[in-house]
Design a protein. Sequence first.
Length: 282
Amino acid sequence: MSIGVRRVTRDRSIVREAGQPRKCVIHRVASRGLFHRLRSDDDLRLGRDVVVCCPPAPAWQNGGMAKRVVGPGVPSYLTLAGGDDVVGMLEVKRSKFMAVLRRVEDEAAARELLAELRREHRDARHHCSAFILGSRGETTRTNDDSEPSGTAGAPILDVLQGAELSDVAAVVVRWFGGTLLGAGGLARAYGDAVSVALQSASLVRREQRVLSRVALPHAEAGRVEAELRNRGIEVLGTEYGAQATLTMATEDLAEAQAAVAAATAGAGVVEDAGVQWVDVRV
Protein backbone atom coordinates (compact mmCIF):
# COMPACT_ATOMS: atom_id res chain seq x y z
CA MET A 1 0.00 0.00 0.00
CA SER A 2 1.19 3.51 -0.74
CA ILE A 3 0.10 6.66 0.99
CA GLY A 4 1.72 10.05 1.37
CA VAL A 5 1.18 13.78 1.55
CA ARG A 6 1.71 15.54 -1.77
CA ARG A 7 1.62 19.22 -2.74
CA VAL A 8 -0.65 20.00 -5.68
CA THR A 9 1.36 21.43 -8.59
CA ARG A 10 0.22 23.89 -11.22
CA ASP A 11 -0.63 21.17 -13.75
CA ARG A 12 -1.67 18.69 -11.02
CA SER A 13 0.80 16.20 -12.48
CA ILE A 14 2.11 14.89 -9.15
CA VAL A 15 -1.34 13.95 -7.96
CA ARG A 16 -2.37 12.45 -11.28
CA GLU A 17 0.78 10.35 -11.63
CA ALA A 18 0.52 9.11 -8.06
CA GLY A 19 -3.03 7.99 -8.73
CA GLN A 20 -2.37 6.06 -11.91
CA PRO A 21 -0.75 2.73 -11.00
CA ARG A 22 -3.41 1.16 -8.79
CA LYS A 23 -6.45 3.45 -8.95
CA CYS A 24 -5.25 5.51 -6.02
CA VAL A 25 -7.67 7.73 -4.13
CA ILE A 26 -6.88 11.35 -3.25
CA HIS A 27 -7.96 12.99 0.00
CA ARG A 28 -7.64 16.54 1.27
CA VAL A 29 -5.75 16.90 4.56
CA ALA A 30 -8.11 18.09 7.29
CA SER A 31 -7.78 18.78 11.00
CA ARG A 32 -7.58 16.20 13.80
CA GLY A 33 -5.94 13.60 11.59
CA LEU A 34 -9.00 13.17 9.36
CA PHE A 35 -8.99 13.04 5.55
CA HIS A 36 -11.69 14.24 3.17
CA ARG A 37 -12.11 12.44 -0.18
CA LEU A 38 -11.80 14.79 -3.14
CA ARG A 39 -14.83 14.49 -5.37
CA SER A 40 -13.35 16.06 -8.51
CA ASP A 41 -10.27 17.73 -9.94
CA ASP A 42 -11.84 21.08 -9.03
CA ASP A 43 -10.88 20.35 -5.42
CA LEU A 44 -7.19 20.10 -6.33
CA ARG A 45 -6.33 23.70 -5.59
CA LEU A 46 -2.79 24.93 -6.04
CA GLY A 47 -0.62 24.63 -2.96
CA ARG A 48 -3.07 22.38 -1.10
CA ASP A 49 -1.74 19.34 0.72
CA VAL A 50 -3.44 16.09 -0.23
CA VAL A 51 -3.06 12.49 0.79
CA VAL A 52 -2.67 9.91 -1.97
CA CYS A 53 -3.96 6.54 -0.75
CA CYS A 54 -3.45 3.50 -2.96
CA PRO A 55 -4.68 -0.06 -2.62
CA PRO A 56 -1.94 -2.39 -1.37
CA ALA A 57 0.34 -3.76 -4.05
CA PRO A 58 0.81 -7.53 -4.14
CA ALA A 59 3.58 -8.50 -1.72
CA TRP A 60 5.75 -9.82 -4.54
CA GLN A 61 6.04 -6.26 -5.83
CA ASN A 62 7.45 -5.03 -2.52
CA GLY A 63 11.14 -5.84 -2.24
CA GLY A 64 11.87 -8.48 0.37
CA MET A 65 8.23 -9.51 0.85
CA ALA A 66 7.93 -12.20 -1.79
CA LYS A 67 5.97 -15.31 -0.91
CA ARG A 68 8.00 -18.47 -0.75
CA VAL A 69 7.35 -22.03 0.33
CA VAL A 70 9.01 -23.00 3.60
CA GLY A 71 8.56 -26.75 3.84
CA PRO A 72 6.28 -29.07 1.86
CA GLY A 73 3.65 -26.85 0.29
CA VAL A 74 3.32 -24.43 3.24
CA PRO A 75 3.53 -20.76 2.19
CA SER A 76 4.68 -17.92 4.37
CA TYR A 77 2.33 -15.00 4.88
CA LEU A 78 2.26 -11.46 6.24
CA THR A 79 0.45 -10.43 9.40
CA LEU A 80 0.47 -7.62 11.95
CA ALA A 81 3.39 -7.55 14.35
CA GLY A 82 0.99 -7.59 17.28
CA GLY A 83 0.87 -5.30 20.28
CA ASP A 84 -1.49 -2.33 20.18
CA ASP A 85 -4.40 -2.17 17.74
CA VAL A 86 -3.77 -0.29 14.49
CA VAL A 87 -6.19 2.62 13.98
CA GLY A 88 -6.99 4.82 10.97
CA MET A 89 -9.50 7.69 10.62
CA LEU A 90 -11.29 8.89 7.50
CA GLU A 91 -14.06 11.44 6.88
CA VAL A 92 -16.30 11.40 3.79
CA LYS A 93 -19.16 13.93 3.47
CA ARG A 94 -19.25 14.39 7.24
CA SER A 95 -19.48 10.65 7.91
CA LYS A 96 -16.55 9.52 10.05
CA PHE A 97 -14.98 6.08 9.59
CA MET A 98 -12.62 4.63 12.18
CA ALA A 99 -10.79 1.44 11.17
CA VAL A 100 -9.32 -0.75 13.90
CA LEU A 101 -7.05 -3.69 13.00
CA ARG A 102 -5.86 -6.42 15.35
CA ARG A 103 -3.81 -9.57 14.98
CA VAL A 104 -5.93 -12.57 16.00
CA GLU A 105 -5.40 -16.32 16.31
CA ASP A 106 -8.97 -17.55 15.84
CA GLU A 107 -12.57 -16.57 15.15
CA ALA A 108 -13.31 -16.01 18.83
CA ALA A 109 -10.60 -13.34 19.07
CA ALA A 110 -11.85 -11.68 15.88
CA ARG A 111 -15.42 -11.54 17.18
CA GLU A 112 -14.20 -10.18 20.50
CA LEU A 113 -12.69 -7.16 18.73
CA LEU A 114 -16.07 -6.43 17.17
CA ALA A 115 -17.84 -6.84 20.53
CA GLU A 116 -15.35 -4.50 22.23
CA LEU A 117 -15.86 -1.74 19.68
CA ARG A 118 -19.64 -2.07 19.83
CA ARG A 119 -19.52 -1.60 23.60
CA GLU A 120 -17.07 1.29 23.37
CA HIS A 121 -18.81 3.16 20.54
CA ARG A 122 -22.52 2.69 21.15
CA ASP A 123 -23.21 6.09 19.54
CA ALA A 124 -21.98 4.89 16.12
CA ARG A 125 -24.53 3.70 13.56
CA HIS A 126 -22.51 0.86 12.02
CA HIS A 127 -19.75 -1.50 13.15
CA CYS A 128 -18.75 -3.37 9.98
CA SER A 129 -16.06 -6.02 9.98
CA ALA A 130 -14.04 -8.70 8.25
CA PHE A 131 -11.37 -11.14 9.27
CA ILE A 132 -9.02 -13.56 7.57
CA LEU A 133 -7.31 -16.56 9.18
CA GLY A 134 -4.94 -19.38 8.28
CA SER A 135 -1.60 -19.79 6.54
CA ARG A 136 -3.37 -19.58 3.17
CA GLY A 137 -6.08 -17.16 4.28
CA GLU A 138 -8.56 -20.00 3.97
CA THR A 139 -11.01 -18.74 6.61
CA THR A 140 -12.78 -15.43 5.95
CA ARG A 141 -15.90 -13.74 7.30
CA THR A 142 -17.52 -10.38 6.58
CA ASN A 143 -20.30 -8.39 8.24
CA ASP A 144 -22.07 -5.36 6.73
CA ASP A 145 -23.96 -4.51 9.96
CA SER A 146 -27.09 -3.21 8.15
CA GLU A 147 -25.19 -1.33 5.44
CA PRO A 148 -26.32 -2.38 1.91
CA SER A 149 -25.09 -5.88 1.14
CA GLY A 150 -21.51 -6.00 -0.10
CA THR A 151 -20.70 -2.34 0.59
CA ALA A 152 -18.78 -2.69 3.86
CA GLY A 153 -17.48 -6.11 4.94
CA ALA A 154 -16.39 -7.18 1.46
CA PRO A 155 -14.34 -4.00 0.75
CA ILE A 156 -12.67 -4.34 4.16
CA LEU A 157 -11.73 -7.93 3.35
CA ASP A 158 -10.53 -6.94 -0.13
CA VAL A 159 -7.93 -4.59 1.38
CA LEU A 160 -6.68 -7.26 3.80
CA GLN A 161 -6.41 -9.81 0.99
CA GLY A 162 -4.79 -7.28 -1.35
CA ALA A 163 -2.07 -6.73 1.25
CA GLU A 164 -1.64 -10.54 1.48
CA LEU A 165 -2.37 -10.47 5.21
CA SER A 166 -3.78 -13.25 7.34
CA ASP A 167 -4.62 -13.74 11.03
CA VAL A 168 -6.03 -10.21 11.04
CA ALA A 169 -9.42 -8.82 12.08
CA ALA A 170 -10.61 -5.38 10.96
CA VAL A 171 -13.59 -3.39 12.21
CA VAL A 172 -14.68 -0.07 10.72
CA VAL A 173 -16.92 2.04 12.94
CA ARG A 174 -19.07 4.59 11.11
CA TRP A 175 -20.70 7.70 12.51
CA PHE A 176 -23.30 8.82 9.96
CA GLY A 177 -22.86 12.40 8.79
CA GLY A 178 -26.32 12.96 7.32
CA THR A 179 -25.47 12.42 3.63
CA LEU A 180 -26.03 9.14 1.82
CA LEU A 181 -22.89 7.96 0.03
CA GLY A 182 -24.41 5.40 -2.33
CA ALA A 183 -23.18 1.84 -2.76
CA GLY A 184 -19.96 2.82 -4.55
CA GLY A 185 -19.16 5.58 -2.10
CA LEU A 186 -19.68 3.30 0.87
CA ALA A 187 -17.48 0.56 -0.57
CA ARG A 188 -14.66 3.02 -1.27
CA ALA A 189 -14.92 4.65 2.15
CA TYR A 190 -14.82 1.38 4.10
CA GLY A 191 -11.89 0.10 2.06
CA ASP A 192 -10.01 3.38 2.25
CA ALA A 193 -10.37 3.53 6.04
CA VAL A 194 -8.59 0.18 6.32
CA SER A 195 -5.89 1.34 3.87
CA VAL A 196 -5.24 4.44 6.00
CA ALA A 197 -4.89 2.25 9.11
CA LEU A 198 -2.46 -0.09 7.35
CA GLN A 199 -0.16 2.82 6.63
CA SER A 200 0.92 2.87 10.29
CA ALA A 201 0.98 -0.92 10.74
CA SER A 202 4.14 -2.89 11.52
CA LEU A 203 4.19 -6.20 9.65
CA VAL A 204 5.98 -9.50 10.13
CA ARG A 205 6.17 -12.59 7.96
CA ARG A 206 4.98 -15.85 9.49
CA GLU A 207 7.15 -18.74 8.40
CA GLN A 208 7.20 -22.39 9.33
CA ARG A 209 10.65 -23.23 10.67
CA VAL A 210 12.36 -26.46 11.67
CA LEU A 211 13.21 -26.54 15.39
CA SER A 212 16.37 -28.21 16.62
CA ARG A 213 18.35 -28.43 19.85
CA VAL A 214 21.99 -28.78 20.80
CA ALA A 215 23.31 -29.53 24.31
CA LEU A 216 26.55 -27.80 25.27
CA PRO A 217 28.79 -27.37 28.32
CA HIS A 218 27.78 -24.27 30.26
CA ALA A 219 31.16 -22.70 29.64
CA GLU A 220 30.69 -22.94 25.86
CA ALA A 221 27.01 -21.99 25.55
CA GLY A 222 27.44 -18.21 25.40
CA ARG A 223 30.20 -18.29 22.82
CA VAL A 224 28.40 -20.83 20.61
CA GLU A 225 25.12 -18.90 20.79
CA ALA A 226 26.85 -15.69 19.72
CA GLU A 227 28.56 -17.45 16.82
CA LEU A 228 25.29 -19.05 15.70
CA ARG A 229 23.56 -15.67 15.69
CA ASN A 230 26.43 -14.19 13.70
CA ARG A 231 25.88 -16.94 11.13
CA GLY A 232 22.22 -15.92 10.81
CA ILE A 233 20.77 -18.74 12.94
CA GLU A 234 17.73 -17.76 15.02
CA VAL A 235 18.25 -18.93 18.61
CA LEU A 236 14.87 -19.07 20.35
CA GLY A 237 16.16 -19.69 23.87
CA THR A 238 18.41 -21.60 26.23
CA GLU A 239 17.46 -24.12 28.92
CA TYR A 240 19.90 -24.76 31.75
CA GLY A 241 20.28 -28.16 33.41
CA ALA A 242 23.19 -30.53 33.53
CA GLN A 243 24.09 -28.84 30.25
CA ALA A 244 22.91 -25.72 28.43
CA THR A 245 20.47 -26.62 25.65
CA LEU A 246 20.01 -24.14 22.81
CA THR A 247 16.83 -24.24 20.71
CA MET A 248 17.18 -23.01 17.12
CA ALA A 249 14.75 -22.24 14.28
CA THR A 250 15.97 -22.72 10.70
CA GLU A 251 14.52 -23.40 7.28
CA ASP A 252 15.87 -26.96 7.35
CA LEU A 253 17.77 -29.20 9.73
CA ALA A 254 20.91 -29.23 7.60
CA GLU A 255 21.31 -25.46 8.07
CA ALA A 256 21.41 -25.87 11.87
CA GLN A 257 23.73 -28.89 11.66
CA ALA A 258 26.24 -27.04 9.49
CA ALA A 259 26.26 -23.95 11.73
CA VAL A 260 26.65 -25.95 14.95
CA ALA A 261 29.42 -28.06 13.42
CA ALA A 262 31.32 -24.92 12.48
CA ALA A 263 30.80 -23.29 15.89
CA THR A 264 31.80 -26.36 17.91
CA ALA A 265 34.48 -27.88 15.68
CA GLY A 266 32.15 -30.80 15.05
CA ALA A 267 31.52 -31.59 18.73
CA GLY A 268 27.89 -30.42 18.90
CA VAL A 269 25.11 -32.91 18.14
CA VAL A 270 21.92 -31.39 16.71
CA GLU A 271 18.57 -33.05 17.45
CA ASP A 272 15.36 -32.51 15.49
CA ALA A 273 12.66 -30.86 17.65
CA GLY A 274 9.76 -30.60 15.19
CA VAL A 275 8.37 -27.52 13.42
CA GLN A 276 6.87 -24.24 14.56
CA TRP A 277 5.47 -21.03 13.06
CA VAL A 278 7.68 -18.04 13.88
CA ASP A 279 7.59 -14.29 13.18
CA VAL A 280 10.28 -12.95 10.87
CA ARG A 281 10.84 -9.21 10.51
CA VAL A 282 10.32 -7.75 7.02
